[in-house]
Design a binder for this molecule. Sequence first.
Ligand SMILES: O=P(O)(O)OC[C@H]1O[C@](O)(COP(=O)(O)O)[C@@H](O)[C@@H]1O
Ligand SMILES: [Mg+2]
Ligand SMILES: [Mg+2]
Length: 335
Amino acid sequence: MQNENPIRDLQHIPTELLPLMNALCEVGTELARTIQRGPLGGALAASVGENLGGDTQKALDVMADDAFAEKLKTADVRWYASEEQDDVVELDPNGRFALAIDPLDGSSNIDVNVSIGTIFSIFDAKEDGNASFLRPASEQIGGGYIIYGPQTMLVVTFGKGTQEYLLDPDSKQFVLVEEAVKVPETSREFAINASNYRHWPKPIRAYIDDCLAGEDGPREGNFNMRWVASLVAETHRILTRGGVFLYPGDSRKGYERGRLRMIYECAPIGFVIEQAGGSATDAQDPILSKTADKLHARTPFVFGSKDKVSRVAAYHDLPEQEVNALFGNRGLFRA
Ligand SMILES: O=P(O)(O)OC[C@H]1O[C@](O)(COP(=O)(O)O)[C@@H](O)[C@@H]1O
Ligand SMILES: [Mg+2]
Ligand SMILES: [Mg+2]
């Protein structure tokens, strides 16, 4: 049964965005139930096609996209841009907002019962659908994600800090649990898909080499590594525990600009992280200063605790011989 008030605590949600946020939360609650029922290794994870980015679409990707597009028709949304659709779709010609969405993030984790999510970004609608999204990420008026994990949570910013809401399984309402999330500054964790090491650019290799060298290296301390392969799960860990996430561009065909999509993955996660006191870049420049040149554009992405993100950028400014040096001879950075 549908809840009249999908969100219980409304003080941080701009009034004009309430129909949109309610719609996202209603679908999110339904998706959480669907995921809990499964079967995760069966029907929900079955491959059903391919999207424009060349990713295999799972049944749950398509189910989630259909459900959000349908519910958002009556939520003041004019333009809808989804990972699962080639082009921008007009939902309501009178709608005031433009919403970009990764309906189901972390699809490769559906069958293994690991946290997955929905990522969304909100802009004021322009007359033109594409122009509503192909603009600086700093023009977002809202952004966030719903994580379907041991707990279902909504994490969102409207430019005044980052808030966290927990889906209460009894009342089926999202309840405010944290009004001002802060990325912890000290953490010795990094997250990267290390199987791509040989494809990375030299500054990224050098940064990771120095982390791996631990106490014996220039950082003079040991690090821990995590890779969930769900952007929402990595974001949630970094918001809770700090650290740094890297998905750089690399030399594989099609990965020159990394894997993650600017408009409905990196821009909203970058907004959430910056509003929580962290940093987000394309490895060098702030992600919020960037404008995608097409709807499904990819971008290298680095985010997390401020000092770690700026250190990654600094490795890109090192002279060639310093990047090439073995960690033992790269004396520039100290922990
Ligand atoms: O499999 P890889 O190359 O490590 O990539 C993992 C990344 O891909 C993603 O799953 C991409 O998102 P989708 O599942 O929405 O396509 C991210 O959540 C994750 O960070
Ligand atoms: Mg994704
Ligand atoms: Mg997805």
